[in-house]
Ligand binder design. Structure first.
Ligand code: 13P
Length: 253
């Protein structure tokens, strides 16, 4: 069975000091059995990774730290970028790749996402690969075409073993930061389609790959979303900035 994975994407929020306070509060809120039931991942900005790790290490918290981006080259003249080795040396276990905000504001292509996914998997970092459609695409009936092509292009050239280790996040762009969530049925429908696309190319990975839902997940809708058969977790933005709310999301019912 797939172990659910609940991830906080802080985006460009929180200084390193705010990050320390947050992790202390989250630690106090989360019951230990929550960690047995699902993986908990915190994805702070690069500048707060070290601070988060100090609390996680000192208290031996069974939560993982993820980055929000990574470049695919090993090192070199790429001003402003961060490499896999810089992340793994800080014990970073996950990296969010191809988030719609990076695709939109920083023009990340499927090809770039694919390069990053390969680099992450080859270096023992679990990529959380984001896919999702705009409102216009949804209304035109292109949801499946869009996520299908993002999956095919983003996961090109891999194999069952590597795809089985990764995480996919279905984040409809119209649901991000809008307070408008996909219904549990809609989330289930598209996520099972995504699993189907994975099955077409990597049949041995489709039942293993974990697929999260993301987009205005909060304390009020997480239980219904998590009750869906193919929803293996949540990638949470706004509601993850508050440790009390994120703790409740991790401890969904
Ligand atoms: P919100 O939860 O704020 O809608 O953000 C979702 C998201 O983009 C997580 O990666």
């Amino acid at each position: 069975m797939r172990k659910p994975i609940m991830a906080a994407n802080w985006k460009m929020n929180k200084t390193h000091l705010e990050a320390i306070h947050y992790i202390e509060e989250l630690r106090n809120r989360l019951h230990h059995k929550a960690y047995d039931r699902c993986d908990v991942v915190i994805c702070p900005p690069f500048t707060a990774i070290r601070s988060v790790q100090t609390v996680v290490d000192a208290d031996e918290l069974p939560m993982a730290v993820g980055a929000q981006n990574m470049y695919w080259e090993d090192s070199g003249a790429f001003t402003g970028e961060v490499s896999h080795e810089m992340l793994t040396k800080m014990n970073v276990k996950f990296v969010i790749l191809g988030h719609s905000e990076r695709r939109e504001h920083f023009h990340e292509s499927d090809e770039a996402v694919n390069n990053k996914v390969k680099t992450a998997l080859d270096n023992d970092i679990t990529p959380i690969v984001c896919v999702g459609e705009t409102l216009t695409e949804r209304e035109a009936g292109f949801t499946n075409d869009k996520v299908g092509s993002q999956i095919l292009e983003g996961l090109k050239g891999l194999d069952d073993e590597r795809v089985g280790r990764m995480v996919i996040a279905y984040e409809p762009i119209w649901a991000i930061g809008t307070g408008r969530t996909a219904t549990p049925d809609d989330a289930q429908e598209t996520i099972s389609k995504i699993r189907g696309y994975v099955r077409e190319v990597y049949p041995g990975a489709a039942d293993a790959v974990r697929i999260q839902y993301g987009g205005s997940v909060n304390t009020g809708n997480v239980d219904d979303l998590m009750a869906q058969e193919d929803v293996d977790g949540a990638l949470v933005g706004g509601a993850s900035l508050d440790p009390v709310q994120f703790a409740r999301i991790v401890e969904y019912e």
